[in-house]
Design a protein around this ligand. Structure first.
Ligand code: GAF
Length: 374
C-alpha cells in the first residue's frame, strides 16, 4: 500500500493501523438530516486511507500523499489549518469526550475522492482517522459512534454545522446497498440497490464548480429551518404532519424551506418503498421532483447543476437530481446502460454551448463503508 510506504519513509517505522473510509453520494433526502429527517445515501468506491501510530507525547505529525513536502507538525490543536483541521478535530473531540488528553500521533493520509465534486472527502478523512484511533486506543466505538464523533469534529472544531448523513454513509455503508437513516433515532437499515440486474447505472455528473458562499448559505438554511420549527411549535421540521396548515402560518423563505423538507422526507420514504418492492426502474420521478424542490423551494441548486439535470433527462436519463449540499458539486442521474452515451453527450453539449468547463462523468457504485485495512 502506497500510504504504508510513505508512512515508513516519513516516520521510520510501519504504522500500527491502517483505516479506509469512503466518500458518499446521496440518492435522496437532501437537507433533511439536520431537520431530524430521513436520508438515503450510499458509499462510493473512492475514499481516504489513514495510516496511524500513536506517539508518547501530544505532537501530531501529518503527511498527505496529495500534497508535496515534509509532514506538518502540530503542537497545539488550535494551530491546525486547512485540511489538517479535519484530522486534528477528531483528536480534539475525542479528548473532550474521554475527558482526558489523547496522545498525539504520526499519520499518513492518502485519498482518491475526486476533489471539489461534493462527494464528502472531508467526512471520509474524519471517519478514517476516527476508526484508526478507536482501534489504537481500544475504545470499542460502534460505526455510528465513529460517525457521531466525526460529525462533532466538523461541527465544533471545523465550524461547519453539518448533519450526520455524510459521516454515517461513510461509516455504515454496505456494498450493493443504500443506507436508510432516521436522523432523529439514528436507526438505520441497509436497502439493496440492485441496479445491474435492471440494466441501470447511477452516473455522477461532476460540474467542476464550487461556489464560495456555500458554507454561509448552508448555515443560513439550517437557521431558517430551526426558526420555522420554533414558529410551528415543533421540535424539528420532521414533526410537521399538517403541511398545508404549517404553510399558512409561515411566510417567505421559511415557508419554502418547510415545503421542501416535509415533502423531501415523504420522497425518501416513497423511494425506499419502491426499492423494497423491487421497482428501482420507477424511482426516476422522485429524483426529478427532489431536484425541482431543491432548486425552487430550498434554493441550493446552481445553473451548472440545473443544466446537468435537465440535459441528462433530455438525453434519456430516467431521473436526475443534484446531490449533497448544493451550490455546485455533483448531480446524479439514473441511466439505462444503453443510454449512458447519449446522456453524457447531451450534458457535455449543453455545457459546451454555454462555454462552460466540460463536466466529468463517474460511475457511482454502492460500496463498502469504513474498515481496517492493515
Ligand atoms: C452536506 C452536509 F454535510 C450534510 O450533513 C447534509 O446536510 C447535506 O449537505 C445536504 O443534504 O453534505
Amino acid at each position: 500500500m502506497l500510504v504504508v510506504e510513505a508512512f515508513r519513509a516519513a516516520f521510520g517505522a510501519d504504522p500500527r493501523t491502517v483505516w479506509h473510509a469512503p466518500g458518499r453520494v446521496n440518492l435522496i433526502g437532501e437537507h433533511t438530516d439536520y431537520n431530524d429527517g430521513f436520508v438515503l445515501p450510499f458509499a462510493v468506491p473512492w475514499g481516504v486511507t489513514a495510516a496511524v501510530t500513536p506517539r508518547g507525547d501530544h505532537t501530531i505529525r501529518l503527511l498527505s500523499l496529495q500534497s508535496d513536502g515534509e509532514p506538518i507538525t502540530i503542537e497545539r490543536h488550535e494551530d491546525a489549518r486547512g485540511w489538517t483541521r479535519y484530522v486534528v478535530g477528531v483528536l480534539a473531540v475525542l479528548a473532550d469526550r474521554l475527558g482526558e488528553p489523547v496522545p498525539g500521533a504520526d499519520i499518513a493520509i492518502d485519498g482518491d475522492v475526486p476533489q471539489g465534486a461534493g462527494l464528502s472527502s472531508s467526512a471520509a478523512l474524519e471517519v478514517a482517522v476516527a476508526g484508526a484511533l478507536n482501534d489504537l486506543h481500544g475504545l470499542g466505538m460502534t460505526p455510528m459512534e465513529l460517525a457521531l464523533l466525526s460529525q462533532r469534529a466538523e461541527n465544533d472544531f471545523v465550524g461547519m454545522p453539518c448533519g450526520i448523513m455524510d459521516q454515517a454513509a461513510s461509516a455504515l455503508g454496505q456494498e450493493g446497498h443504500a443506507l436508510f437513516l432516521d436522523c432523529r433515532s439514528l436507526g438505520s437499515r441497509t436497502i439493496p440497490l440492485d441496479l445491474a440486474s435492471h440494466g441501470l447505472r447511477i452516473l455522477i455528473i461532476d460540474t467542476g464548480v464550487h461556489h464560495e458562499h456555500a458554507g454561509g448559505e448552508y448555515a443560513k438554511r439550517r437557521a431558517e429551518c430551526e426558526s420555522a420549527a420554533r414558529k410551528l411549535g415543533v421540535e424539528a421540521l420532521r414533526d410537521v404532519t399538517d403541511l398545508a396548515g404549517a404553510l399558512e402560518r409561515l411566510q417567505g423563505d421559511e415557508r419554502k424551506r418547510t415545503m421542501h423538507v416535509v415533502t423531501e422526507n415523504h420522497r425518501v420514504e416513497a423511494l425506499v418503498g419502491l426499492l423494497r418492492a423491487g421497482a428501482v426502474t420507477e424511482i426516476g420521478a422522485l429524483l426529478n421532483a427532489s431536484h425541482l424542490s431543491l432548486r425552487d423551494q430550498y434554493e441550493v441548486s446552481s445553473p451548472e447543476l440545473d443544466v446537468a439535470v435537465e440535459a441528462a433527462v433530455r438525453g434519456g436519463a430516467r431521473g436526475a437530481r443534484m446531490t449533497g449540499g448544493g451550490f455546485g458539486g455533483s448531480a446524479i442521474a439514473l441511466v439505462a446502460e444503453d443510454r449512458l452515451d447519449s446522456v453524457q453527450e447531451s450534458v457535455a453539449a449543453a455545457y459546451a454551448e454555454r462555454g462552460w468547463h466540460a463536466p466529468r462523468f463517474l460511475p457511482a457504485v454502492p460500496s463498502p463503508g469504513a474498515s481496517r485495512r492493515a
